[in-house]
Ligand binder design. Structure first.
Ligand SMILES: Cc1cc2nc3c(=O)[nH]c(=O)nc-3n(C[C@H](O)[C@H](O)[C@H](O)COP(=O)(O)OP(=O)(O)OC[C@H]3O[C@@H](n4cnc5c(N)ncnc54)[C@H](O)[C@@H]3O)c2cc1C
Length: 517
């Protein structure tokens, strides 16, 4: 194996370079200097520094090419930017993502027709919106006493801020109108507020969205023990004597497979491909792939009432957020169990008449995300006889809304109508329930549990119950039914897992030293 492009042995092998995998690299770089870390990413590097958000690419043609290169087998298929473009039930992905070719809806089930993935260094976070709300009430994981500390650390790693849109003309007005409609009776922390966003307002006024590059940070980039290998697909996690032993990596440039031995393996390959890789590796605990949950999304638009025309803010670059209204947040509560996101729309999700002039900044989009009624039967399954584009067992999604889900979605439609009327004049005949999977927030498939009772795949440190030394990361680890955007929570859980590895590495290093002396 002397011609292998990869090291023969590392302390930690990380599968996937999205924000969850990047968190392990960062925390280990900061807290376990001297450890060797290899990160493998199936997709190409599309931005500089590796993992940067594609919006940092100013040239529109180069940015579009970076998005296309992230779209794996969907490359070249039509994509959509605004929800209005998928209301005719054509299946389309967002730029930078790709859809499942088949297996997304099985007979008699609702399925997840818009379930999507990204294959590139930085994962979906090279394309995301960066909304980073904290979970509330039943969204929180009840058995993690350190959740708030972990969330604070996740905010640091992702570069989360709430003041990026302070200068916007309509932000306070939108929040004031929403607050009048919503805040009565809510605890102070659950009242309408600015959305925490993973974005940096630079001194020259530019907004720079955080990607995995932000999470890696200077500490990872300067770590001589860290290496990132793109176009390198992990095809198998190796287990010896019941614990992690390494990975088999397929170099996509040559097609050759190589073994990399590792004491710890972190699988951070998104909520669909993480259980897929474990399954392909013969690691098949009962809860693997189960409790799959997505957040059904209801959207609406309203034209702000009684506003003076906004100042001459230039239109935002393609794919960026417009500036006049900022992004407002209506936190989830158990009483009103929706996560609300209100932001300016460049285009309405409902088609406007051609002769209906739109004053810049005067249309806001409202979105409510609903938590799923969790069911063990909602799951992703894998077919050995049928392989996907990467040669892995093909994915089959079983997914059904319960009566409770349908009632909640109907309630969200009523609530969003009320909110749209509160901020202005609602546009279009009715709110729209987006096709399932549109949220891009898939959870539960490698869920965390407090005890190994068969309903979870890993423990509170994200380490598999079944195989010590193998850790899972990403939205699939979240065990609760959340409605809020999940990445902040996933990064928080990854911080805990990485610290566990860091402690274990320190203990075994001390044991090694004492055995030698
Ligand atoms: C348009 C858009 C907007 C979004 N907005 C928000 C938002 O506002 N807030 C929010 O919280 N979330 C948002 N999301 C979702 C967010 O991006 C994801 O929650 C987040 O990226 C998940 O991080 P991750 O590291 O778990 O997975 P990913 O970012 O999906 O990364 C997983 C990586 O693993 C790689 N991989 C898979 N299999 C293998 C293998 N076998 N070998 C090697 N590599 C592999 C993949 O190629 C991928 O790069 C948005 C997503 C999109 C696309």
């Amino acid at each position: 194996m002397s011609d292998s492009p990869y090291p023969a042995r590392v302390d930690v092998a990380i599968v996937g370079s999205g924000p969850a995998g990047a968190t392990y690299a960062r925390v280990l770089s900061e807290e376990s200097p001297g450890s060797t870390i290899a990160m493998f990413e199936v997709g190409p590097t599309v931005s500089d520094p590796p993992g940067a958000h594609v919006r940092t690419i100013t040239d529109p043609d180069r940015r579009a090419e970076a998005q296309r290169r992230s779209e794996g087998p969907g490359r070249g298929q039509p994509t959509f930017d605004s929800p209005g473009e998928i209301l005719d039930s054509r299946r389309r992905a967002r730029p930078g993502t790709f859809l499942l070719a088949d297996g997304y809806r099985l007979d008699g089930e609702d399925g997840l027709p818009l379930v999507a993935m990204s294959s590139n260094v930085g994962g979906m976070a090279a394309h995301w919106t960066g909304a980073c709300p904290r979970p509330f009430d039943s969204e929180r994981i009840p058995f993690l006493p350190d959740m708030d500390d972990l969330l604070a650390e996740a905010e640091r790693l992702l570069g989360v801020t709430t003041d990026a849109f302070d200068e916007t003309s309509y932000g306070d007005l939108v929040r004031g109108r929403l607050a009048d409609a919503v805040d009565n009776g809510r605890a102070p922390a659950a009242r309408v507020r600015r959305m925490p966003l993973a974005v940096d307002r630079r001194a020259d006024g530019r907004l720079v969205w955080s990607g995995s590059d932000t999470v890696f940070g200077a500490a990872t980039r300067a770590n001589p023990g860290f290496e990132l290998f793109d176009e390198s697909q992990v095809a198998r996690v190796l287990v010896e004597d019941g614990r992690a032993a390494g990975v088999v990596v397929r170099d996509l440039r040559t097609g050759e497979r190589h073994v990399v031995a590792a004491r710890f393996v972190v699988v951070a390959a998104d909520a669909l491909r993480t259980p897929q890789l474990l399954w392909a590796s013969g690691i098949r605990p009962p809860a693997l792939g189960r409790y799959l949950n997505d957040q059904t999304q209801v959207v609406h638009a309203a034209r702000l009432r009684d506003v003076a025309p906004a100042g001459p803010t230039p239109p935002p670059a393609e794919g960026t957020l417009a500036e006049q209204s900022g992004v407002s947040w209506i936190p989830f509560t158990d009483d009103v169990p929706f996560h609300g996101q209100v932001m300016q729309l460049d285009a309405s999700p409902v088609p406007l008449a051609d002769d209906d002039p739109v004053a810049p900044g005067s249309i806001v989009g409202l979105g409510l995300f609903c938590p799923k009624d969790l069911q063990e039967t909602d799951r992703v399954e894998f077919a050995t006889e049928d392989l996907d584009h990467d040669g892995m067992p093909a994915l089959r999604v079983h997914y059904t809304l319960t009566d409770r889900d349908r009632t909640l979605v109907a309630r969200a439609v009523t609530e969003i109508t009320r909110l749209a009327e509160a901020v202005g004049d609602p546009l279009g005949p009715a709110p729209v329930v987006l096709p399932l999977g549109a949220s891009l927030h898939y959870q539960g498939t490698v869920r965390m549990g407090q005890t190994d009772d068969g309903t979870s795949v890993c423990g509170p440190d994200s380490e598999l119950w079944a195989v010590p030394g193998v850790f899972v990361a990403g939205n699939g680890v979240i065990p609760t039914a959340t409605a809020c955007n999940p990445t902040l929570t996933s990064v928080a859980l990854a911080v805990r897992g990485a610290r566990r590895i860091s402690r274990a590495a320190a203990t075994s290093a001390i044991e090694l030293i004492s055995r030698r002396s």
